[in-house]
Each structure stands twice: as structure tokens, then as C-alpha cells.
Design a protein around this ligand. Structure first.
Ligand code: NAD
Ligand code: TYD
Length: 377
């Protein structure tokens, strides 16, 4: 079947994996990647597919309503996968307005442009889809009732490689009440509400998914895992916020992209699906895995980089624990993570070490200035 699909934020981390998957898997689809190319957007992430005949890149700002109207009309878009966003919590603490503009106003502009165009079509919303990619952070923070860990109630391929632990009894489910704390999560929560409002008010065929922390190739090195891999390589300090005890639930980015593909095609309109791997890690434990893997792959003696760990002032309002219950997605659509966490980390570290040029290109100039301001180095 021929389709014209708009993917926003396709030059970013997760978006580039989604664009690559769709361009390669669906030669009959025309994939339009729309991205503003902020500091986080990088067309080098898509070098391998940029010449494919079913791929078009458009540089545009999602908050520009007229431009969104034009793009949706010009490319006769019938499906939207919306990933474009400001995505880094630390930046949102410094500059919340940019987050409100892109994440809230940008999502609203895209919804409105799609609504106006689709309502002029003879089949209206028939066969259309507006799929909004969101985060587990909108649910707030879970209690850390078991700081030393208890056996988790469920195991997936992602979590099968270690002594599988949970740090509390509670998990985020699709009906968990929204309770965002950071300006980032507040802006994502607001955009989720607008998406659902367009379904409930106008009948727009929407879907929302909320995913846990992603890791893998092409992630901008301001996020924990690529930042630490790069800093170990450069013998720079590894800034651990607070005591390093906060817990995140980690998923390999290609497993997220596979879930997005499945949900875009088979998910039920107006539904929400949580995406995660029951794979909780304390920051300090994941940092030790990264150090061990980087040192081994670089041929350093074991533990050589442990001394780079530097405890720094905690992030303001730092959420303690995120943990996703993704059993609805498993039950209804049969999705499961395909990769064990240790394998995913090994692949990720190898990729960053083998692609040091990619890293060096984006860590020069503007980013360096930001990093110096952020960490005072
Ligand atoms: P990213 O920061 O790596 O990429 C974001 C992309 O959006 C960049 O290419 C950037 O240029 C583009 N963009 C930013 N503002 C724009 C604007 N105004 N107009 C057009 N394009 C713009 O982010 P990511 O980690 O790939 O996250 C993608 C989406 O997934 C986001 O919506 C995020 O909230 C969500 N998400 C991320 C994670 C995670 O762990 N990274 C987890 C769950 C959900
Ligand atoms: P991050 O990758 O920014 O993702 P998020 O805040 O969306 O979960 O951070 C992951 C965890 O690592 C989070 O608890 C904050 C912590 N962290 C550090 O301790 N040091 C760092 O330099 C960074 C970037 C994050």
C-alpha cells in the first residue's frame, strides 16, 4: 500500500532509527522527515538512507503553523509519527520556555495542520493516523521502597541478563495519573493532553505511547550513557548527580523503533501504550557497567576509569525512580524487547568507540560552550 508518512524529529536520536526502519522496510511509503535541526538534530545520523528514492528531508520548525499546513498539504500526508521535541531535562531546567514552545505549541501546530488538511479529504479521518511519541516521565516519580532491590515481578529479554531487580512495588501503567515534575515532563504531559483533546473533540485518529529511557547509537552526548562513554574516552570526570541512586528503566532504541512500527500499523486509535523492558538500573550500577565495558574494549586494566566518577550537586527536582509496566503492549500486540541489556550496552559502547568522528563533530563548537557552562569545565 502506498502511504505518505511524516516523521518529525527524524534527525534526532530515536527519530533517526524510526526513519531508517521505515525507509528500508516500506519501499512503497514516502517518508518525509521534518526536522528543525537544532543542536540535537544531525543529518549525519541518516547518511546511509539519504539517497533512497522514498525519502525526503524538510528543514522546518513544528511550531510554525503555516509551514506545517504547507508540508502536510504538499506531501499529502496520511500518517504522522511525531517525535520532534526538546528532550533534555537539564536544559529544561535552564530554559523552560523553549520546551513550552516546541513541545506544546509545536505539537498543537502539527495537530491543527493535520486536522485542517484531513477534514478537507473525501474520506476525512479514514485511514489517517496521528501517532505522538511521549515519555514515562509524564507520570512523575515512583517511590524507592526497596533501595537494595527485590526480584521484579516480570522479566523480559531486556532484563534477562542480570539478577533482575525492581526497586519498588509500583510501576507506571497506562492509567497512572499524570504528575510531571520537570519543565520537560510538564511540556510533554501538556502535549499528550492536546493530542487526546484532538481525538476527543474532533475525532482525530490519535495514538500516544509513553516509553522509558532509551539508549543506543546516535544519542546526543548530553544524556547519561553517551556522555559517560565519551568522557571515559577523553579521560574527563564522570558527573554523577547526587548519590547516583536514582533508578531508570532502560530500553535499546531499536526495540523502541520496532514498537513504534508495530503500534503505528496495528495499535488501536485513541489508545495509550506504555513501552519498556522491566529493566531497572540504579545510575551508579549502570555507570559501573559502562566503565567496565569501555575499559575492556579500550584494552585498559579493569577498573582503570573508576576514579573518574565524580559526585556532583544533584539535579533540581531529580525524579527518584521510573519503571514501566509494558504488559498491555505485550498482551495486545505481541511486542517484546529483542535484546538483552548487556548485549545492548556492548553494541552501544562499540558503536561510540568506532564512530569517534561522529562524536567529535557534534561535541565541538556550540555544544562545547554549553557543556562548559553546564558543568563549569
Ligand atoms: P533528540 O533530542 O535526540 O531529538 C529531537 C529532534 O527533534 C532533533 O532532531 C531536533 O532537531 C528536533 N527538533 C527539536 N525542536 C524542533 C522543532 N521546533 N521543530 C522541528 N524539529 C525539532 O530526542 P530523542 O531522544 O530522539 O527523543 C525523541 C522523542 O522521543 C521526544 O519526543 C522525546 O520526548 C521522546 N522520548 C525520548 C526518550 C529518550 O530516552 N530519549 C524516551 C521516551 C520518549
Ligand atoms: P538522562 O540521560 O539525562 O535521562 P533522564 O533525565 O531523562 O532520565 O539521565 C539519566 C539519569 O542519569 C538521571 O537520573 C540523571 C542522571 N545523570 C547523571 O547522574 N549525570 C549526568 O551527567 C547526566 C546527564 C545524567
Amino acid at each position: 500500500m502506498k502511504r505518505n508518512i511524516l516523521i518529525t524529529g527524524g534527525a534526532g536520536f530515536i527519530g533517526s532509527h524510526v526513519v531508517r526502519l521505515f525507509v528500508n522496510k516500506y519501499p512503497d511509503y514516502h517518508i518525509v522527515n521534518l526536522d528543525k535541526l537544532t543542536y540535537a538534530g544531525n543529518l549525519a545520523n541518516l547518511k546511509d538512507i539519504e539517497d533512497k528514492p522514498n525519502y525526503t528531508f524538510v528543514k522546518a520548525d513544528i511550531a510554525d503553523l503555516d509551514e506545517m499546513r504547507r508540508v502536510v498539504r504538499e506531501f499529502k500526508i496520511d500518517g504522522i509519527i511525531h517525535l520532534a521535541a526538546e528532550s533534555h531535562v537539564d536544559r529544561s531546567i535552564k530554559d523552560p520556555f523553549t520546551f513550552a514552545r516546541t513541545n506544546v505549541m509545536g505539537t498543537l501546530a502539527l495537530l491543527q495542520a493535520a486536522k485542517e488538511y484531513w477534514e478537507t479529504q473525501p474520506e476525512k479521518y479514514g485511514g489517517k493516523r496521528f501517532y505522538h511519541i511521549s515519555t514515562d516521565e509524564v507520570y512523575g516519580a515512583l517511590e524507592m521502597t526497596h533501595p537494595t532491590g527485590i526480584p521484579a515481578p516480570f522479566t523480559t529479554k531486556a532484563s534477562s541478563g542480570k539478577n533482575h531487580e525492581a526497586y519498588g512495588e509500583e510501576f507506571f501503567v497506562e492509567t497512572t495519573k499524570y504528575n510531571p515534575h520537570s519543565p520537560y515532563s510538564a511540556s510533554k504531559a501538556s502535549s499528550d493532553h492536546f493530542v487526546r483533546a484532538y481525538h476527543d473533540t474532533y475525532g482525530m485518529p490519535t495514538i500516544v505511547t509513553n516509553c522509558s529511557n532509551n539508549y543506543g547509537p546516535y544519542q546526543f552526548p548530553e544524556k547519561l550513557i553517551p556522555l559517560f562513554i565519551n568522557n571515559i574516552r577523553q579521560r574527563k570526570p564522570l558527573p554523577v548527580y547526587g548519590k547516583g541512586e536514582n533508578v531508570r528503566d532502560w530500553l535499546f532504541v531499536e526495540d523502541h523503533a520496532r514498537a513504534i512500527d508495530l503500534i503505528f500499523h496495528k495499535g488501536k486509535i485513541s489508545e495509550t501504550y506504555n513501552i519498556g523492558g522491566f529493566n531497572e538500573w540504579k545510575n551508579i550500577d549502570i555507570i559501573k557497567v559502562i566503565i567496565k565495558t569501555v575499559d575492556r574494549l579500550l584494552g585498559n586494566p579493569e577498573g582503570a576509569s573508576l576514579g573518574l566518577i565524580t559526585y556532583v550537586t544533584d539535579r533540581l527536582g531529580h525524579d527518584m525512580r521510573y519503571a514501566i509496566d509494558s504488559r498491555k503492549l505485550q498482551r495486545e500486540l505481541g511486542w517484546e524487547p529483542s535484546l538483552q541489556f548487556e548485549e545492548g550496552i556492548e553494541r552501544t559502547v562499540r558503536w561510540y568507540l568506532q564512530n569517534s568522528e561522529w562524536m567529535e563533530n557534534i561535541t565541538s563548537g556550540e555544544y562545547e560552550k554549553y557543556y562548559d557552562e553546564m558543568y563549569g569545565k
